[in-house]
Design a binder for this molecule. Structure first.
Ligand code: ADP
Length: 514
């Protein structure tokens, strides 16, 4: 959570810290004001929020804390812009999106640095997120020119039926801090490609990446009001978005709790919603799996972004016959991970997002240890040398817990931290039953060399995405989303574009007798 709130007279209250400016090649991409109607402005009452580097706990910038009034102004701008943006040919929208893509690609080094500074993730992870995220801008720019409706075979002679795909209208998008770049591009790009306009509220923890995207959109010639970005009081902004008649769709990534609130709110005006919520991903290692590959991929999936992704492996289910060999291979790899500042070469694990996040992870680890789990490595906060700037950061050691049982909180709840709990199973049925024993249904993984088992298990897992001998399951071309309480709708791919389009049936009477 953003560290502090203050209110002062409007003026130049919002600014980056001076040392932050010096670290960028092109400091003009650094924006610390909200972007509404083509202008970077402060909150009307001058309220601000502090943005903190989670590796040190130090402030790196101050940004506006807006509320309902600014949100309504942004919606009005987006509604006006929709009048013309929604009517432009897809090719024109594609041209502007491609120019935006070009501007963003040229700012890769600076944007990834901002991502690491505000989210804590190692630079290599910021670059990987950037490359995945920017691919969405390019791919949806191309899709803007390819969207097409249908002409249907008519059941009679005097009528013809056509299906038009039209933009839903103004979109309210709300994104989290764990992927400060790609969660934005995978919502905004299909929305703009479809002809919608957007009011985006990024996480208050990571607004600088979002504001940089706004500045680059302006440089690319994005017309006024097409993309508006504001930070502030999340509840007030969220309520203004869901209550507005003009906003026709909410696209959200975040917690299941907030997703449910938004869905309830959206009911008052019957808006469409796409929700990408929490996960509790199982990773099943069958007895015929390649143990070294499975151990490597569990680490990649479980400790990516210090365990703070909704598709992170949250429960490793291992066949009892290979349990000990697997745990040995896993523990060796996790113990070799290196905690530190994401800007330092050699760091593989950054901090968690906040002090509260460390408390939550520690609480779940303590609960597991009290219920019989044993830490094969990690299990606590690290200790830093006296005087290290990292002592003020929000770190937890990469951890492997063995002896997991279903009564532990972390079997049912997302850990959202660098912890890999290992559970044993005896049969395929038991593995599938344990894997499905959760309210969530986002991503699941399993490793086997048996083709018949691969197909059967993939069908039986109640998840929106399944990785078979693979954990890198996301791509701009593949639908991303969950079932059960992990959400509704899909992002990325042609299915992601359809989320921003209404289908209209046009029936043409052509006469000509009976
Ligand atoms: P996380 O725990 O991962 O931060 P949240 O669901 O709290 O997940 O946050 C995801 C996004 O939702 C962030 O942009 C946050 O500011 C926003 N958010 C939090 N509470 C609300 C709310 N009541 N209404 C609208 N958005 C909210």
């Amino acid at each position: 959570m953003a560290a502090a709130v203050s209110s002062r007279a409007a003026g130049d209250a919002c600014a980056p810290s001076p040392d932050l400016v010096g670290t960028l090649t092109d400091s003009s991409i650094l924006k610390t004001k909200v972007y509404i109607g083509g202008e970077f402005i402060e909150a009307a009452d001058g309220s601000t929020l502090e943005v903190v580097n989670p590796a040190t706990g130090q402030r790196i910038a101050t940004v506006p804390r807006c509320g309902a009034n600014e949100t309504r102004a942004a919606i009005a701008e987006a509604a006006t812009a929709f009048e013309s943006w929604g009517r432009r040919p897809g090719k024109e929208r594609a041209a502007i999106l491609k120019r935006w893509y070009g501007e963003v690609v040229s700012a890769r080094d600076d944007i990834t640095r901002l991502m690491t500074l505000e989210s804590g993730k190692p630079l290599a992870e910021s670059r990987s997120e950037f490359d995945n995220g920017v691919a969405s801008i390019e791919w949806f720019a191309e899709e803007a020119t390819r969207s097409c409706g249908d002409v249907l075979e008519s059941p009679d002679r005097h009528r013809r039926f056509m299906v038009l795909k039209q933009p839903v209208g103004v979109v309210g998008a709300i994104t989290p801090w764990n992927f400060p770049f790609s969660m934005i591009t995978r919502k905004v790009s299909p929305a703009l490609a479809a002809g919608c306009t957007v009011v985006l509220k990024p996480s208050e923890d990571t607004p600088l990446t979002a504001f940089a995207l706004a500045g680059l959109a302006e440089r690319a010639g994005m017309p006024r009001g097409v993309l508006n970005i504001l930070t502030g009081d999340a509840k007030a902004i969220g309520e203004a978005l869901v209550k507005s008649e003009s906003v026709r769709k909410i696209g959200f990534t975040g917690s299941t709790t907030v997703g449910k609130l938004l869905m309830q709110g959206a009911a008052s005006t019957v808006k469409r919603v796409s929700l990408e919520l929490g996960g509790n991903a199982p990773f099943i290692v069958f007895e015929d799996a390649d143990i070294e590959k499975a151990a490597r991929d569990v680490v990649g999936s479980s400790h990516r972004n210090s365990g703070q992704t909704c598709i992170c492996t949250n429960r490793v289910l291992v066949h009892e016959s290979i349990h000990d060999a697997f745990v040995e291979a896993l523990t060796k790899r996790v113990a070799a991970l290196r905690l530190g500042s994401g800007l330092e070469a050699g760091t593989t694990q950054g901090p968690l997002i906040s002090a509260a996040a460390v408390d939550r992870v520690e609480g779940k680890v303590r609960d597991a240890l009290a219920k019989g789990a044993v830490a094969a490595c990690g299990g606590a906060r690290p200790s830093w040398e006296a005087g290290s700037p990292l002592a003020g950061g929000y770190f937890f050691e990469p951890t492997v817990l063995i002896g997991g049982t279903v009564d532990m909180r972390m079997f049912h709840e997302e850990v959202f931290g660098p912890v890999t709990p290992v559970y044993k199973f005896a049969t395929d049925d038991e593995a599938v039953q344990l894997a499905n024993d959760t309210q969530y249904g986002l991503a699941a993984y399993f490793y086997t060399r048996d083709l018949s088992r691969a197909w059967q298990v993939a069908e039986r897992l109640e998840y929106g995405m399944v990785g078979v001998n693979e954990v890198a399951i996301t791509s701009e071309v593949a639908p991303f989303g969950g079932v059960k309480q992990s959400g509704l709708g899909r992002e990325q791919s042609k299915y992601g574009l359809a989320e921003f389009q209404d289908i209209k049936t046009v029936c043409l009477g052509i006469g000509g007798g009976t």
